[in-house]
Design a protein around this ligand. Structure first.
Ligand code: GPQ
Length: 824
């Protein structure tokens, strides 16, 4: 009663969301959390004060969320295991979820501060490479919004994705010290620490009850320490948890060596331990067999499973029912060692018999595959695996022995099948096949777009799919409409909400389709165009300040931002820019729709050809942007350090979205969806989720080009000859010749030789084969753009019809078809 009276009289200063309440709280935090008076506070201090103010308003839901997971054993909790969570800046998204953006803006304005500048100040936690890590973040947002209890388990890298600088046109990698200032969104959890063992040997020992048990004597033990980040759902009522592990030495010093005066070697172990979570491996698709990487994977998997067992135990439920407490999703094979680790914990540590443990394990896990590139399937050399995880290799062998027995029994007619399905690749050198371990240990396996899931079953995991047909399924990716429309595109969001209200933010699929009826409404079209123009001006400003490139907001903004990879074919895009440039030079008076061609993306530091592509884009930009013959009608810009933050400016400004990977190579793509829901029209191949997007928006609202997957396979079977495509295509021959002869390398004829030779003699991703069709399609796009009403209609219909690409829809499908978790 007393508490109630107090609330009515004076609201709790930690939860008050009124303008005045926020103003007071920000000032309070500014003084007590940063130690600065208002007059002396720098932008970073204001950021910290605002962040703490917002965090305070999340804590109640956060504590309730954790309690719900720890106390309610009846609802299965989703554990999303991922080596990457590319969560992006937190402040803006959290204010949006709580619905306090506008009162906070006013509160800060009354203090002479600009909210947007403060939001922009936040360092980005770059804890992921690209699509896979960002998908995990979108899924966490949707889980919280749908009120599904979930924990995201991952790694707290001290150095996230490198910062990309462009020096003289080339990529330079700089360390990303994102923790230079304390990260206000995390809470270190001293109580959640687990020991993780590495290396050493195993032997048999007789347990007190007389049974034989395997004992693992590790070479090293490290401590995994939890750092929790809240993930608040839209509306602010439900909050989940991202739990990231940091490695620490068990003992900071080895006191015996320390006492002997060996100061440096005594610190050695501490350094080794902390190295494990020091840095994110910056590769997106192809795997790299590095020992430290296996150590990272095992550390976060082991700590997460120990944590889940601890939670399960505290609910008082028997161990055999572990799978009723948790549904564990393996985000690609990076956490697949979890299958062996759960078996070890159940059998070796808790004394469960093998069959029961296997039944629990295979009811607990599900596995998502994210690639069609065979070279990207993770496989660990046996000697390396044995050195880091000797006990797990024995467990993998035992799983495999039993599995292959069942294979041979079921298919005596196919004596080679066991070799193909085995968890061990027996070719020399021998490997552990992580995708096989994940599949055998899971009750469901899914691809991330309809085409991808079909190709997985047909090709990449064909034998496994034939053996376990009931396990294989599809869940098409999605993106959160909160961050990727409401937050990043306030202009378009307002335009949409003025017509259909704001319910689309958390009921995207149901509501956004209502825009369809306004597609031809001239008023609505005018508002739509005005919003796009605002966003193009925002990007123009960014390009001017960081690149000193002048873009014309009236030009067609034609954008390709994503990791740089040959299969994504940024070089196809550059070849077309060169061809357009040549047309303009030859015929300056031609009718030409002005274009701003914008690129962005990071190359893996060791990926030579990808780095050549970045250099080529920048060298072409240098020539095109300074040629008076072009007179600004064609501009090229490479935006450095593409990340979530810059994506939030780039996606909303695009007119045309380039999704031009070779058919059959991109598992899904999610940038395609982010562009689409921001009103860009797609030019693309029938690859990944493009196929479903085109089906949704209608073929007349999508610019399609290129070979289909089946045609690609036919071309490759027949023996592909790239040079043959030069003959009928002088524009293509000219462009390649110019690159080779030094037109775009300041006269240095050798500069792009590796790239050009590769295209002429190998061209694994059929760039030359698709060039002509791409050029034609680009011409069609330009002609359509010249008719603003027709283009705007397409743009509106794209947004209206892309409702299914909300990650809320993906998460509902996971809940119903894979996790068996109730969802609205
Ligand atoms: N993807 Cl295997 C990554 O970002 N990293 C990886 O290691 C692998 C896949 C991407 C994939 O290339 C895209 O097509 C998907 O849209 C994305 O994962 C999310 O599923």
């Amino acid at each position: 009663m007393a508490a109630k009276r107090r609330t009515a009289a004076s609201p709790d200063p930690r939860t008050d969301c009124s303008r005045e309440g926020l103003r007071k709280a920000v000032l309070d935090n500014l003084f007590y959390a940063t130690g600065h008076a208002q007059e002396n506070a720098a932008r970073g201090d204001w950021y910290t004060a605002v962040a703490y103010t917002v965090r305070d308003r999340m804590l109640k839901a956060w504590v309730q969320g954790i309690e719900r997971i720890a106390a309610d054993g009846d609802v299965r909790c989703v554990a999303y295991l991922s080596a990457e969570f590319l969560i992006g800046p937190q402040l803006g998204a959290n204010m949006l979820a709580l619905g306090i953006t506008e009162p906070m803006r006013e509160a800060l304005a009354s203090l002479g501060q600009d909210l947007d500048a403060i939001v922009f100040h936040e360092p980005e936690p770059g804890l992921g490479n690209g699509g896979l890590g960002r998908l995990a973040a979108c899924f966490m947002d949707s889980l919280a919004t749908l009120g599904v209890p979930a924990i995201g388990y991952g790694i707290r890298y001290e150095f996230g994705m490198f910062r990309q600088a462009i020096e003289d046109g080339a990529q330079v990698e700089l360390a990303d010290k994102w923790l230079r200032r304390p990260f206000p969104w995390e809470l270190p959890r001293g109580g959640q620490q687990y020991e993780v063992r590495l290396g050493g040997k195993t032997h048999m020992e007789t347990a007190p009850d007389g049974t034989l048990r395997v004992q693992w004597t590790p070479a090293k033990t490290v401590t995994a320490c939890a750092h929790d980040i809240p993930v608040v759902g839209h509306g602010g009522t439900h909050c989940n948890l991202l739990r990231l592990w940091r490695a620490e030495a068990v003992e900071a010093f080895d006191f015996s060596t320390f006492n002997a005066g060996e100061y440096f070697s005594s610190v050695h172990d501490k350094i080794f331990s902390e190295t494990i979570t020091k840095v994110l491996y910056p590769n997106d698709d192809p795997y790299q067999g590095k020992q430290l990487r296996l150590g990272q994977q095992y550390l976060f998997v082991s700590a997460s499973l120990q944590d889940m067992l601890h939670i399960h135990h505290s609910l008082g439920k028997p161990l055999e029912t572990f799978h009723t407490t948790f549904a564990i999703q393996l985000n690609d094979t990076h956490p697949a060692v979890a299958v062996a680790e759960l078996m070890r914990l159940l059998v070796d540590v808790h004394g469960m018999d093998w069959d029961t443990a296997w039944s629990v394990t295979t009811q607990t896990f599900a596995y998502t595959n994210h690639t069609l590139l065979p070279e990207a399937l993770e496989k660990w050399p046996l000697p390396l695996f044995a050195e880091v995880l000797p006990r797990h290799l024995e467990i993998v062998y035992e799983i495999n022995r039993r599995f292959l027995e069942s294979v041979t029994a079921a298919h005596p007619e196919d004596p080679d099948l066991a070799r193909r399905l085995s968890l061990i690749d027996e070719t020399s050198p021998r490997f552990v096949r992580m995708a096989h371990l994940a599949t055998v240990g899971s009750k469901a396996v899914n691809g991330v777009a309809a085409l991808h899931s079909e190709l997985l079953k047909r090709d990449v995991l064909g034998d496994l799919a034939a053996f376990f047909p009931e396990k294989f399924t599809n869940v098409t990716n999605g993106v959160t409409p909160r961050r990727w429309l409401a937050l990043c595109n306030p202009a378009l969001a307002a335009c949409i909400s003025n017509r259909i209200g704001t319910r689309w933010q958390d009921h995207f699929e149901e509501e956004i389709i209502r825009l369809e009826e306004f597609a031809d409404d001239p008023d609505f079209q005018a508002q739509w165009q005005a919003a796009k123009l605002t966003n193009k001006q925002r990007l123009t400003h960014l390009a001017k300040t960081i690149l000193r490139v002048e873009l014309d907001p009236a030009a067609l903004f034609d954008v390709q931002v994503k990791r740089i990879h040959e299969y994504k074919r940024q070089h196809l895009n550059v070849l077309r820019v060169i061809a357009l440039y040549n047309r303009l030079r030859r015929n300056p008076g031609m009718d030409f729709v002005p274009r701003a061609v914008i690129f962005g993306g990071k190359a893996a530091p060791a990926y030579y050809l990808a780095k050549q592509i970045i250099l080529l884009v920048n060298r072409v930009a240098e020539v095109v942007n300074t040629d008076p013959a072009v007179a600004g009608r064609l501009r090229v810009a490479f935006v450095p350090n593409f990340n979530v933050r810059s994506g939030q400016v780039i996606y909303p400004a695009a007119d045309l979205s380039q999704q031009i990977s070779l058919a059959g190579k991109e598992a899904s793509g999610t940038g395609n969806m982010k562009f689409g829901i921001n009103g860009a029209v797609t030019i693309g191949t029938l690859d990944g989720a493009n196929v479903e997007m085109r089906a949704c928006v209608g073929e007349e609202n999508f610019f399609l080009f290129g070979l289909t997957t089946d045609e690609v396979q036919a071309v490759q079977r027949a023996g592909y000859s790239p040079a043959a495509h030069l003959e009928g295509n002088p524009e293509l021959a000219e462009a390649l010749d110019q690159i080779r002869s030094g037109v775009f390398s300041r006269g240095d004829a050798g500069c792009f030789r590796p790239l050009v030779d590769n295209l002429l003699h190998r061209d694994e991703y059929l760039v030359l084969a698709d060039f002509a069709s791409y050029m034609d399609c680009q011409d069609r796009a330009a002609r359509t753009y010249a008719d603003p009403a027709a283009w705007t209609r397409m743009s509106i219909l794209n947004v209206a019809r892309l409702g299914m690409f909300s990650s809320d829809r993906s998460i509902r499908e996971y809940c119903r078809n894979i996790w068996n978790v109730p969802v609205e």
